[in-house]
Design a binder for this molecule. Structure first.
Ligand SMILES: *Cc1c(COP(=O)(O)O)cnc(C)c1O
Length: 366
């Protein structure tokens, strides 16, 4: 007996590898591998979660009405054109599922977010990678890779795992060069970390164009990764298509309430953004100081930095040595990045400890 056979496109999926959270022999490792908020969760959201005990026997609001309205007020968007998801992950899968299938192509840039090829293959579509330029999005290369089979283009901005950013004119040019029947998904998981001047314009595009969807998440700056809440904004017909195939009760009651509270806690978001900018800058300077050891920080606009190791200590050696010292970073050979580590910006104490550990690792090289 062989049992049921998965579809060949499912067999072709390389499973998502989450960031590690344990380091053997270390009791309380410092986890800098999943781009979580080192300041934790908005106190307002925490209070809501602590109180959300009643009503567990009832299904949540299937349309996340109060949350969509709160998002609409916060960002000046029509709540009818907002969809909430079980993390923005669900929305990325829905976008591929609603608009691509067997025989179609799903396009993204090399070193794009690792969920994109999974979302494409899951529905039988072919993932297609366009070349990057020094880790960043190359709009011309993306446009050149568009064929008559292209149905969806995914672009994370800022991008994970590179931290690179496509500016407003890049996004506008990419959109202008795409056929109107190709859906452009701008995945803004890290948008709240940007300076205001760095707005990539995708929300406005999603408001005006027939083929742009923006996705956001409560997992990063809002510090609610455990609750799994994301949202998307786009043209009414696109949102309607996604709504048809989402899970009917896809965001928990507590999650919906916590997200509303988190949206209102602008102090926490501001403090998180300020903390991140300060320590990311500090960390990038330390990396620059190790230039002669072959280290280089790819310029980042997100809450992590991709660090290249091109000297005597390899990225793999640094990853293992940091792990032994209790610092979990992300080594991504499976994503074509064997010579780099992605490191999340942690607390002040964590960053100081990480840099001291890295200093030791680099000076101990054989
Ligand atoms: C973290 C991340 C997400 C968010 O995923 P959730 O499912 O909302 O937790 C989406 N896109 C990118 C590029 C990310 O890095």
């Amino acid at each position: 007996m062989t049992g049921p056979t998965p579809k060949p496109w499912i067999d072709a999926i390389h499973p998502y590898t989450p960031g590690r959270s344990v380091a053997s022999g270390v009791e309380r490792p410092v986890k800098l591998s999943s781009n979580e908020n080192p300041l934790g969760t908005s106190p307002a959201a925490q209070r809501v979660l602590a109180e959300a005990q009643g009503g567990l026997s009832r299904y949540p609001d299937p349309r996340s009405t109060a949350l969509r309205e709160a998002i609409g007020v916060r960002y000046g968007l029509d709540p009818e054109r907002i969809i909430c998801g079980t993390g923005s992950d669900e929305l990325l899968h829905l976008a591929a599922g609603a608009f691509a299938g067997v025989g179609d192509e799903v396009l993204y840039v090399r070193y794009g977010f690792s969920v994109y090829p999974i979302a494409a293959r899951r529905v039988g579509a072919e993932p297609v990678e366009a070349p990057d330029t020094d880790y960043a999005t190359n709009v011309d290369a993306l446009l050149e890779a568009v064929t008559s089979a292209t149905r969806v283009v995914f672009l994370a901005n800022p991008n994970n795992p590179t931290g690179t950013f496509a500016r407003r004119d890049d996004i506008a040019r990419l959109h202008a060069g795409l056929p109107e029947d190709v859906l452009l998904v701008v995945d803004q998981a890290y948008a709240e970390y940007l300076d205001e001047a760095d707005d990539d314009g995708a929300l406005v595009l999603a408001g005006n164009a027939p083929n742009v969807l923006v996705t956001r998440t409560f997992s990063k700056i809002y510090g609610l990764a455990a609750e799994r809440i994301g949202w998307g904004y786009g043209p009414a017909p696109v949102i309607a298509a996604l709504d048809k195939i989402r899970a009917p009760f896809n965001v928990t009651s507590a999650g919906q309430q916590a997200a509303v509270a988190a949206l209102g806690d602008t102090d926490f978001v501001e403090a998180s953004r300020t903390h991140n900018a300060k320590w990311r800058g500090w960390f990038e300077e330390r990396i620059a100081g190790w230039g002669n050891a072959g280290l280089r920080a790819v310029p980042s606009k997100a809450n992590f930095v991709l660090v290249e190791f091109n000297g005597p200590v390899t990225a793999e050696q640094a990853f293992e040595a940091l792990l032994q010292r209790g610092y979990i970073t992300r080594w991504l050979p499976g994503q074509g990045l064997p010579d780099a580590l992605r490191i999340t910006i942690g607390t002040e104490e964590e960053m100081a400890g990480l840099v001291a550990a890295l200093d030791e690792v680099l000076s101990n090289e054989p």
